[in-house]
Design a protein around this ligand. Structure first.
Ligand code: CTP
Length: 396
């Protein structure tokens, strides 16, 4: 997808600059043509020589010295015209401020100002700097200008504290880059995805839940969005995803209710949520206290609605996809679900197998559809499973 694409990688002065080396490598592996531009501050963290070696091109570091890349002599305008996609990684508060206010005082800010190609930035910095209203206002301005912004991830920061400000994982970065070159094959389609395990309350502090991380559903929603679909994600887990309508729910009943509202106008439903089959019959108003005399405690459960089966029974044009999470007899159990739930497709996985269980980033899927032999895909990342599934949907 990235073969022969001209990607300008602007590296500004943050500690995450060293991680940009991995991005350049990944772009080169995909046969993109990469031109790295570094600010003075970025060169304090990593040398231009390292980037030049990995990108197979001299690095541009100033406005005034004649350069020899990628064609011959490249002042900022030629660089801007050459660019298919400009990425700023890491993007410091400084470059964000300059971009938002049209300041052009070095090769980086000047070229970015002259570039009309799509721009994608990855802000990374200390949490308090990121949260500062000045930075947030500048980011808002950039968003209004149509500049793509990938939010920083949360986690351990270089200064020793934990917070929001880290560069996201490489797969997230590459997905955001590739998204600029993806053909929008789901344009005009309305897609609904459910994700995460439902939480069925026992009392105000406890619930019955399951081990689902929601990652498969989030991947399905992300890829559908990237292919141009109008996506509604009904989720029990946090979903820091832009460009889609996100509805947070907790219980199966709430999920069902939200789904009933959107289903009539939906083209495709992907039920990736792990819905609890039962919920407590009575939800205690107050926290349940343990009793010293009793070693056994019983919670009476009542059946939840089978959301997939109920919704799929009302379908007309909708394409309905269910999952089958099994620990044994994968095919026979999944075939029963295909028949009983009125789904067009069941994506079955053995959650007891390494690499396809809950919480991991990979999955091994067997696709079942009526009147077809099941097909098993190799173990792959959940994003790749989602890509393969939507490809199947588009070409079915
Ligand atoms: N599902 C649903 N409502 C439920 C239970 C499951 O909509 N109450 C959906 C899930 O989202 C999934 C599919 O049905 O797409 C299969 O879910 P799974 O948990 O594998 O199977 P169950 O139907 O719950 O059957 P069992 O637990 O007996 O395997």
């Amino acid at each position: 997808m990235l073969k022969d694409k001209h990607i300008a990688v602007y590296v500004t002065g943050g500690i995450a600059a060293y991680k940009s080396l991995g991005i350049v490598r990944a772009l080169i592996k995909q046969e993109a043509i990469v031109q790295v531009i570094m600010t003075d501050a970025a060169q304090k963290f990593v040398t231009p020589l390292t980037f030049a070696t990995l990108s197979q091109h001299p690095v541009i570091t100033d406005n005034f010295t004649p350069q020899t890349s990628p064609d011959d002599f490249i002042p900022h305008i030629q660089l801007a015209l050459w660019t298919d996609l400009a990425i700023v990684v890491p993007a410091t508060a400084n470059i964000i401020g300059k971009m938002a206010n049209g300041i052009a005082d070095d090769i980086t800010s000047t070229s970015l100002l002259a570039t009309t190609a799509p721009k994608l930035i990855f802000p990374t910095m200390n949490t308090d700097m990121y949260d500062n209203p000045a930075v947030q206002k500048n980011l808002q301005t950039l968003q209004e200008m149509g500049i793509q912004i990938v939010e920083p991830a949360e986690g351990f920061l270089a200064e020793g504290m934990t917070g929001k400000g880290r560069l996201p994982e490489l797969s997230v970065i590459m997905n955001a880059i590739e998204n600029n070159f993806t053909e929008k094959k789901l344009a005009g389609k309305k897609v609904v995805v459910t994700a995460g395990g439902t939480k069925e309350a026992i009392d105000p502090v406890r619930y019955i839940g399951n081990r689902s991380s929601g990652k498969m559903g989030l991947a399905m929603a992300t890829v559908a969005r990237d292919l141009g679909a109008e996506v509604t994600l009904i989720t029990t887990v946090d979903a820091p995803l832009a460009g889609m309508n996100i509805i947070q729910v907790q219980t199966a009943s709430e999920m069902m209710q939200q789904l009933q509202d959107v289903f009539p106008t939906t083209d495709a439903l992907v039920m990736a949520a792990a819905v609890a089959d039962f919920k407590p019959l009575h939800v205690a108003d107050q926290k349940i206290k343990k009793n010293d005399d009793e070693d056994l405690f019983t919670i009476e459960l009542t059946k939840n609605p089978d959301i997939l089966k109920t919704i799929a029974a009302t379908k007309n044009k909708q394409f309905v996809v269910g999952f089958a999470a099994e620990t044994q007899n994968l095919l026979s159990n999944a075939e029963k679900k295909l028949a009983h739930k009125n789904a067009d497709v069941i994506l079955a996985n053995n959650v007891a197998n390494e690499g396809s269980g809950f919480g991991v980033d990979t999955n091994r899927i067997t696709l079942l559809q009526k009147n077809h032999e099941p097909t098993t895909w190799p173990l792959m990342s959940k994003i790749d499973v989602a890509k393969k599934f939507w490809d199947f949907y588009i070409n079915r």
